[in-house]
Design a protein around this ligand. Structure first.
Ligand code: 3YP
Ligand code: ZN
Length: 367
């Protein structure tokens, strides 16, 4: 059975505007106008690589559709939706001062969230085996009452709540491998034992003071939030061990009906917003392990959803490797960068210590 693939040209039209990458351009501060980190190129180039190599011929295209108000309100407050609706004709900011959008930006954000809904639908109704949703803007930082960190809407959270109305999908596991903490997903499902929210991220990057190992959920959801803050410099070995010792045991205990990967490529060795060392090969191994887990635990039902990734020339190869593993291609397209030979790709002692701290918490997941 095929792998579904969501992409739309409008995802490249989401306009984060002129910016000195991270900060508003400002002459007095010496911040020369440039582009926002979260601009179209990395993800557009990733889509184009998928087309140019012919990988797209192994994919079943799934057309996105706009998420409705009703679906957005399954996660967000009327206040946040009103803010976006009001700003939509002119463009504006989604709430934190750094999450810009141009005129019509909400329409594109609706298409991103709705694209994830359609990917989940296709996997859950069996029309595809698994899926990749290459959407933009991203979603994992958005919280109920605000956008945050380049995210307008909580795409994955909205799609989880949405498909539950129509499909028999009781337990969903989210494995967030973006280099930043998946705080939005964590917040939405904080007290919900039916969503296991796991985030692997670089220790204390973004949001500030977020994603500590001590954040574990509350009430009936206690134990169903798992944070694995990893030291800067973690590469293939550290990620592989994290998956093997924390993620896979957690998934086996939880017994999900669907696995969702929040796929951010900002944990790559070339990313300007992260200090990790993943390569396309590293992303391939992680995906392989999660696809195997999905095959064993939930009939292969796994959907990877696009989050961050800012290295224009490298993101395409990382994404290509992930999609290849979802498809199960026999002959991968070669990675021209060859960063697998960087020193200290293997598990390091301080990384091992970080993994141990989260490993201890697995006892509180059961079904
Ligand atoms: C948001 C502001 C500073 C860091 C940035 C992180 C965006 C991202 O890729 N999140 O996953
Ligand atoms: Zn990120």
């Amino acid at each position: 059975m095929a792998t579904g693939y969501v992409y739309h040209e409008l995802f490249g039209w989401h306009d984060t505007g002129t910016q000195a990458q991270l900060l508003p351009a400002n002459v007095a501060q010496g911040l020369q106008p440039f582009h926002h980190y979260e601009y179209a190129e990395p993800k557009r180039r990733a889509h184009e690589l998928v087309v140019v190599t012919g990988l797209v011929d192994h994919l079943t295209r799934i057309a996105p559709r706009p998420a409705t108000d009703e679906e957005i309100l399954l996660v967000h407050t009327p206040h946040h939706l009103d803010r976006l609706v009001t700003a939509n004709p002119t463009g504006g900011d989604a709430g934190d001062g750094g999450t810009k959008f141009g005129p019509g930006g909400l329409d594109i954000a609706r298409l991103a969230a709705g694209g994830v809904i359609r990917a989940f639908d296709a996997v859950l109704d069996g029309s595809v085996r698994n899926a990749y949703a290459l959407v933009r803007p991203p979603g994992h930082h958005a919280i109920p009452d605000s956008g945050m960190g380049f995210c307008l809407l909580a795409n994955i959270a909205i799609a989880i709540r949405s498909v539950r109305r129509t499909h028999d999908c009781k337990r969903v596991a989210v494995v967030d491998i973006d280099v930043h903490h998946g705080n939005g997903t964590q917040t939405v499902f904080w007290e919900d034992p039916t969503v296991l929210a796991i985030s692997l991220h670089q220790d204390r990057m973004f949001p500030p003071d977020s994603g500590h190992v001590t954040e574990r959920g509350a009430g009936p959801g206690f134990g169903y939030t798992l944070n694995l803050p990893l030291p800067p410099g973690t590469g293939k070995g550290g990620y592989q061990e994290s998956i093997r010792r924390v993620v896979l045991p957690a998934l086996r205990r939880f017994r999900p009906d669907l696995i969702v990967v929040a796929a951010g490529y900002d944990a790559s060795a070339l990313d300007p917003l992260g200090r990790m060392m993943l390569t396309p090969g590293g992303y391939r191994d992680i995906t392989k392990a999660l696809v195997d887990a999905a095959n064993t635990l939930c009939g292969g039902r796994i959907v990877a959803v696009q989050e961050g990734g800012y290295a224009e020339a490298y993101v395409p190869f990382c994404l290509h490797a992930v999609v290849e593993e979802l498809v199960g291609v026999e002959k991968p397209f070669p990675d021209p960068f060859h960063f697998d030979r960087l020193g200290q790709q293997e598990l390091q002692p301080h990384q091992d210590a970080a993994i141990k701290a989260t490993e201890k918490l697995l006892v509180d997941i059961h079904h």
